[in-house]
Write a protein that binds this ligand. Structure first.
Ligand code: SF4
Length: 330
């Protein structure tokens, strides 16, 4: 199930568009279970979650493809790494596994924790074609569909990309750059992607964590503390978060962090949200008001009352009023 963001034009999936004299596509996979280091939340220290293997997403994808490219080029062939092919479907044709209802390739002993990559080459390699089939490998299981926070997974080898949290959190998808109040709880504490459809899948229940990953990645948090992110400068964001997260745009990550703090309902965030409500741009100020309304309590209520006296922005005032109402409903 390729992301609709990669399908940029008709016939994008023709390997000859990527390499005109292509004769072979090589599909590789990196087992990723055990990669993420998620720290448990403690009261007073709410944490975000950047999503499964986000920190090493590019590096894991390129590790094996770089090795394949290097080998084939040394043999005198041309190669192209590509993200523009439906590599999950191609992995099925290679016999690497099947595609589950969550849209991920799964394989015996590796579950769905496989980062795939593709290389197109003019090397006349021996190929296989296990073909794809319409057989449903998941039977009656719908765990991933039922746990998808936004309902993006439809369950019949189908998904609604506009409902994907990964797009919402980049200011795209159904709601563009402002997620409506009634949908924000679905973002949980995720900062870039949700891994729910991997976490719940029965195929991942008895996996053995991998101990060594043979590629270099940034030594940064997969579950960063959220409070320092609300007012952090661009430089601080770059220090605290991996490139594969902040590359999507620091204003969006800041908004995602504020929403995650609201969902944490942790009173320790009131101070920074109060400051954010005064100092940040309009949309972020509105989210700070909403987050205070989620945290509730007298302290949050008083901050909102004070802000209401001086706030002039229509959007922020509306968020403050909603938050004040939310504080009363306890
Ligand atoms: S959770 Fe169930 S339905 Fe979803 S991919 Fe895994 S086995 Fe299939």
């Amino acid at each position: 199930m390729p992301c609709n963001a990669t399908l940029v034009a008709p016939n994008t999936y023709d390997p000859k568009i990527i390499l005109p004299n292509a004769v072979t596509v090589v599909i590789v996979g990196m087992y990723m279970y055990g990669f993420d280091k998620i720290k448990p939340e403690e009261p007073g220290h709410p944490r975000g979650n950047i999503g499964p293997w986000t920190r090493g997403y590019v590096q894991a994808g390129r590790y094996a493809t770089d090795a394949v490219e290097s080998f084939l080029e040394d043999e005198g062939y041309e190669t192209r790494f590509t993200n523009e092919l439906p590599y999950r479907t191609l992995a099925v044709k290679c016999g690497l596994g099947k595609i589950g209802r969550n849209g991920f390739l799964f394989s015996e002993g590796l579950g769905c924790y496989i980062r795939l990559g593709a290389v197109v080459t003019n090397a006349p390699l021996e190929t296989v074609n296990y073909t794809t089939s319409s057989e449903d490998p998941c039977g009656r299981c719908r765990l991933c569909v039922d746990s998808c926070p936004t309902g993006a997974l439809k369950g019949e080898n189908d998904w609604d990309a506009d409902m994907c949290l990964h797009l919402w959190q980049q200011g795209k998808g159904k709601y563009g750059d402002y997620i409506p109040i009634e949908e924000r709880h679905k973002c949980g504490n995720y900062l870039m992607r949700t891994g729910k459809c991997l976490q719940v899948c029965i195929r991942n229940h008895n996996l053995v964590p991998r101990e060594h990953f043979p590629f270099q990645v940034e030594n940064k948090e997969d579950s960063p503390e959220l409070i320092p992110l609300v007012l952090a400068s661009e430089e601080e964001y770059k220090d605290l978060l991996p490139y594969n997260v902040y590359k999507y745009g620091i204003p969006y990550i800041r908004r995602d962090s504020i929403i995650a703090l609201g969902n944490s309902k942790d009173e320790a965030a009131i101070g920074v949200l109060s400051e954010g409500l005064r100092a940040l741009p309009e949309k972020e100020r509105g989210l700070c008001a909403w987050a205070l309304g989620e945290i509730k309590g007298e302290k949050a209520y008083m901050v909102l009352l004070e802000a209401e006296k001086i706030e002039t922005g229509t959007l922020v005032r509306s968020e403050i009023q909603h938050a004040l109402e939310a504080c009363k409903i306890t």
